[in-house]
Design a protein around this ligand. Structure first.
Ligand SMILES: O=P(O)(O)OC[C@@H](O)[C@@H](O)c1c[nH]c2ccccc12
Length: 375
């Protein structure tokens, strides 16, 4: 943190949402209002800072120099989610230019771009950075998972505080985030995941803060659709120890840049992949500690636990060599499911629905693993 804040040159060059590159959606930015959107800093400064720190490879630099739009660059990396880059525009105007969102994830991201701009207007970046600098130390998310895996002989549990989801609707009517978090902790969860997206998951940053302030000791993952660094600083201020970064949404350069911010803030990044291409991209990035394999496609909602197995059969060796821990995410309901992803090679599991739907989510943990977990 200190290093980041102390470096005026870097600070001056901190990029905006899609930092370094011409904002994604620039193709569609024909409207003067959109073009006039002030950049918080010059892209060239940012690119130079990243290049200086060797965060930028030759291809990325060349793509940027050639004036490609960030959406084009993202598409070259197999990313199907586009950005509109017009947070001040109405959704009608955005759709008039770009057409309707192609899937639910793209829709979530388009709304998130607007939401982040509103957050930035409410809590300006410099203030959030300053508060993050004063926040109490983070807890070791990676260390908690590794220790729990070793101690219990089953994958460590990241238990999710999840009220609803776009695919399953409301999961729990009587939803008290603090009560659920405390029950998870009491019954052996190694870490907790707190959904912060309001519109689609009925979560909130307030829930994250409440759980942290209630004295829960487990490290906390801020489960958010991160598209802008502001969200990372904000998560830190609200009590997160880790943040989720979704490879289906973020370019390689975004991931590298956000990883760097996480490191400066003492946060662990859980980088989520869903397919082969995303796994390859993430394994080529230095400094990755935790990879989540999502068994649910965020574009189609199809859940398939064999996804974890397939990806680990191919990449397990490279992952182990790098000391990366893998988290099996979504669609896990019983001890057989847990054993299946454990045999595939995961060190941890991320579970929401099957716990939160039970009358007592804490007691549900022993049912999920077929045994009690201990701290
Ligand atoms: O409720 P489930 O099927 O146990 O899934 C939990 C978690 O994996 C899921 O909520 C999730 C995984 N990646 C995400 C990204 C955004 C929102 C939610 C998610």
């Amino acid at each position: 943190m200190q290093a980041l804040l102390a470096s005026p040159s870097l600070r001056a060059s901190l990029p905006s949402a899609r930092p370094s590159l011409p904002s994604r959606g620039l193709v569609a930015l024909a409207a003067p209002a959109a073009r006039a959107r002030p950049l918080r800093c010059g892209p060239r400064d940012t690119m130079e800072a990243l290049a200086r720190d060797e965060m930028l490879n030759a291809v990325e630099l060349e793509q940027w120099e050639s004036g490609k739009s960030a959406n084009d660059i993202a598409a070259c990396q197999g990313i199907r989610i586009r950005r509109h880059g017009r947070p001040a525009a109405s959704m009608d105007d955005i759709q008039a230019e770009m057409g309707a969102p192609r899937n639910i994830l793209e829709k979530i991201i388009w709304d998130k771009e607007i939401e982040v701009a509103q957050g930035l207007a409410r809590c300006p970046l410099n203030e959030v950075i300053e508060s993050a600098g004063k926040a109490p130390p983070t807890r070791d998310f990676y260390g908690a998972l590794a220790a729990a895996h070793k101690r219990n002989g089953v994958p460590a549990l990241i238990a999710e505080v999840k009220k609803a989801s776009p695919s399953r609707g409301v999961l729990r009517e009587n939803f008290d985030p603090v009560e659920i978090a405390q029950a998870y902790e009491k019954h052996g969860a190694a870490c907790l995941s707190i959904l912060t997206d309001e519109k689609y998951f009925q979560g909130s940053f307030e829930n994250l803060q409440k759980v942290r302030k209630a004295g829960v000791k487990c490290p906390l993952l801020c489960k958010e659709f991160v598209v802008d660094k502001w969200q990372i600083y904000y998560a830190r201020v609200m009590g997160a120890d880790a943040v989720l970064l979704i490879a289906a949404v973020l370019t390689d350069l975004d991931i590298k840049y956000f990883l760097r911010i996480c490191k400066e803030l003492g946060l662990t990044a859980l980088i989520e992949v869903h397919d082969e291409r995303e796994m390859e991209r993430v394994l080529a990035i230095n400094g990755v500690q935790l990879i989540g394999i999502n068994n649910r496609s965020l574009e189609t909602f199809i859940v398939d636990t064999s996804n974890t197995k397939t990806l680990l059969e191919k990449h397990g060796d490279a992952i182990r060599e790098k000391g990366i821990l893998v988290v099996g995410e979504s669609g896990l309901f019983n001890p057989d499911d847990v054993a299946y992803v454990q045999n595939a090679g995961v060190s941890a599991v991320l579970v929401g629905e099957s716990l939160v739907k039970q009358a007592d989510p804490g007691l549900a943990i022993a049912g999920l693993f077929g045994k009690e977990l201990v701290h």
